[in-house]
Write a protein that binds this ligand. Structure first.
Ligand code: ADP
Ligand code: MG
Length: 270
């Protein structure tokens, strides 16, 4: 069994890619669950109005529950909305509801509109220390994603091994640079994970190789295979780690989580 000593420092990662359907939410919840399984305290912030991360973590996100919308727009403390996932007593989720769909526009008129998540999160962490905060972003580069980029220090990009994988990535990298310059100098691309890998196709191998050539230090060794069990899990309100822990997808996500966690140790030793 892997044992990891968490340092007490909080790592804040935002799972981003302006493309939809590349595995952002699946990656956010499964890495979070796997890290919790290693003994880490993990908070997932669901920043997508669709609320898929909240669903997968088994937390209530019907229209009447307080959500990340109220934190961003109505100044509700994060502590008032965070729920524990039934999956683990060290796994927590700040749910999103459909109200968040309006936030992109409502935020425009708010004071410090780019910093609202960061402020709420820093207040929360003072009372509720976490080893990891993982933010699940919507598929756009609007104000919600900008709030995530301002709150985080690490950008975590899942890439689907298909033909258009690298298309649009330069736009994302440009946004990261802009945020670095104007809002958050500590933001950097720390992690890339290849997802929905179909090892039978030559294309998947070619894409993987191309991504590794472009980003040699950021790409994790572990690759997440395409697997039906991964896509079934959310309909049971579970991550694949809880739904079928022996499946290839669960094993791969646990390995990826170990890589992520041990990278922190490495950077600490330097
Ligand atoms: P995003 O958040 O980027 O929109 P999702 O995580 O919701 O992407 O994934 C898109 C779809 O692909 C979902 O239906 C999800 O269940 C499925 N999916 C994600 N990863 C895998 C995988 N490794 N194997 C099979 N299906 C997957
Ligand atoms: Mg998503």
């Amino acid at each position: 069994d892997v044992r990891i000593d968490f340092t007490g420092e909080t790592r804040i990662l935002t799972v981003s890619n302006q493309k939809g359907g590349v595995g952002k939410t699946t990656t956010a919840v499964n890495i979070a669950s796997a890290l919790a399984g290693l003994g880490a305290k993990v908070l997932v912030i669901d920043l997508d109005p669709q609320g898929n991360a909240s669903t997968a973590l088994g937390v209530t996100h019907t229209t009447e529950v307080s959500s990340i919308y109220d934190v961003l727009i109505n100044d509700l403390p994060l502590a008032d909305i965070v729920q524990q996932s039934p999956e683990s007593d060290t796994l927590f989720c700040a749910p999103s509801t459909i109200h968040l769909a309006g936030a992109e526009i409502e935020l425009v008129a708010q004071v410090a509109r780019e910093h609202r998540l960061r402020r709420a999160l820093l207040d929360y962490l003072e009372q509720h220390p976490m080893d990891f905060v993982i933010i699940d972003c919507p598929p756009s580069l609007g104000l919600l994603t900008i709030n995530a980029f301002t709150a985080a220090s690490e950008v975590f990009i899942p890439i689907q091994c298909e033909y258009y994988a690298l298309e649009g990535l330069s736009q994302l990298l440009g946004s990261i640079q802009m945020i670095q310059k104007h809002l958050n100098p500590s933001l950097h691309l720390s992690t890339i994970l290849l997802t929905m890998f179909d090892g039978r196709t030559r294309l998947a191998h070619q894409v993987a190789e191309e991504v590794r050539t472009h980003f040699p230090t950021q790409v994790l060794d572990t690759v997440i295979p395409r697997s039906v069990r991964v896509s079934e899990a959310p309909s049971f309100g579970q991550t694949v780690i809880a739904y079928d822990g022996q499946s290839a997808g669960a094993v791969a996500y646990r390995e990826a989580a170990v890589e992520i966690a041990s990278r922190a140790t490495q950077s600490k030793e330097k």
